[in-house]
Design a protein around this ligand. Structure first.
Ligand code: IPE
Ligand code: IPE
Ligand code: MG
Length: 253
C-alpha cells in the first residue's frame, strides 16, 4: 500500500462485503462546476478508481470490485464524449495493468461486445490474460455493460441451447441463468455503492444485486476517497441482512 494510505476500519470478516458494485458517477458535474469540460472529470476518476482498488485490498476479504465505466446507455452522449470515453478506457487499462498485476489483482471484463471499440476489447482482453492467475481482488471492468443487455444476451444463448436440445427448458433454474451471464463466476453483490447523489441503479448488475445493500453518497466520483469507501462499508456492516427470513423474538423456542 502506498505510504500514508488510510487504514481501513477494524471489522470482522463477516461484516466486509465480498462483492462491491461501484457506480463511478458525477465526473461531468465535478468538471462543469469548475468551468472545465466534462472529460476533465473523467480524467480525475482514473486515480480515484485505483485508490478504490487499494481500499478493497486494504479492507481484506473483498473478493470482487465491479466498476461501472461505460453503460450501454452511455452511447447516447455526444460523439466527442463517447470517443473520449472509449479512448480513455483503453488507455487507463494500458497504463495500470502492470501495477494491478503486481498487486495480484485479477482484471475481468463484463459487457457487450458489439459496438465496443476493438482497441478497447483488445486492452480488456490483454489485461485479463496478464492477470488471469492472480488470486487477490477481482476487478470487473464493466465497459459497454447494461443489465438488460446482459439478460437479453444470456437469454439468446440459452434459447439457442434449448433449441439445439443441449438444455431442457423444464430444468432451467436460477443457477442455469447465472451460468449464461457475462461472468458466470461473479458472486452476488453485497454492497451497491453509488456516489454523486443520484439514487438509482442505472441498469447496473440487476440480476446480481437483488439482495445488495444500497449505499448512496453525495460526493462526486472525482472527490471520492478510500475513506468514502470505508464509510460505505461501515454503513453496510450496520445493516441487518435478512434475505427474506425473519426471527420472532417472542416466540417460544
Ligand atoms: C460517470 O460520470 C462516468 C460515466 C458515465 C462514463 P458522468 O459522466 O455520468 O458524470 P455526471 O453524472 O454527468 O456528473
Ligand atoms: C451510470 O451513470 C453509468 C456509469 C457510471 C458508467 P450515468 O450517469 O450514465 O447514469 P444516469 O444517466 O445518471 O442514470
Ligand atoms: Mg452520471
Amino acid at each position: 500500500m502506498p505510504a500514508g494510505f488510510p487504514a481501513p476500519p477494524p471489522l470482522a470478516p463477516e461484516f466486509i462485503p465480498r462483492h462491491i458494485a461501484l457506480v463511478m458517477d458525477g465526473n461531468g458535474r465535478w468538471a462543469q462546476e469548475r468551468g472545465l469540460p466534462r472529460t476533465e472529470g473523467h480524467r480525475r476518476g482514473e486515480n480515484v478508481l485505483m485508490e478504490c482498488v487499494d481500499a478493497c485490498i486494504a479492507l481484506g476479504h473483498v473478493e470482487w470490485l465491479s466498476a461501472y465505466a461505460f453503460s450501454t446507455e452511455n452511447w447516447r452522449r455526444s460523439p466527442s464524449e463517447v470517443r473520449f470515453l472509449m479512448g480513455f478506457s483503453r488507455d487507463v487499462l494500458r497504463r495500470h495493468r502492470d501495477e494491478l498485476h503486481e498487486k495480484n489483482v485479477r482484471v475481468v471484463w463484463s459487457g457487450r461486445r458489439p459496438r465496443l471499440w476493438r482497441s478497447v476489447i483488445r486492452e480488456l482482453e490483454a489485461a485479463e490474460e496478464l492477470t488471469r492467475n492472480n488470486t487477490g481482488v477481482t476487478l470487473a471492468m464493466c465497459v459497454n455493460y447494461g443489465g438488460r443487455a446482459e439478460l437479453v444476451d444470456a437469454t439468446r444463448r440459452l434459447a439457442e441451447d434449448a433449441r439445439s436440445g443441449a438444455l431442457d427448458p423444464a430444468a432451467i433454474s436460477e443457477e442455469t441463468i447465472a451460468r449464461y451471464l457475462y461472468r458466470p463466476d461473479m458472486p452476488d453483490v453485497d454492497l451497491f455503492l453509488r456516489p454523486s447523489g443520484e439514487q438509482r441503479t442505472s441498469n447496473f448488475l440487476p440480476w446480481q444485486s437483488v439482495y445488495a445493500e444500497m449505499v448512496y453518497q453525495d460526493t462526486l466520483f472525482p472527490d471520492f476517497t478510500p475513506q468514502h469507501m470505508y464509510n460505505a462499508v461501515l454503513e453496510y456492516a450496520r445493516r441487518d441482512r435478512r434475505f427474506g427470513g425473519a426471527v420472532d423474538k417472542f416466540a417460544a423456542q
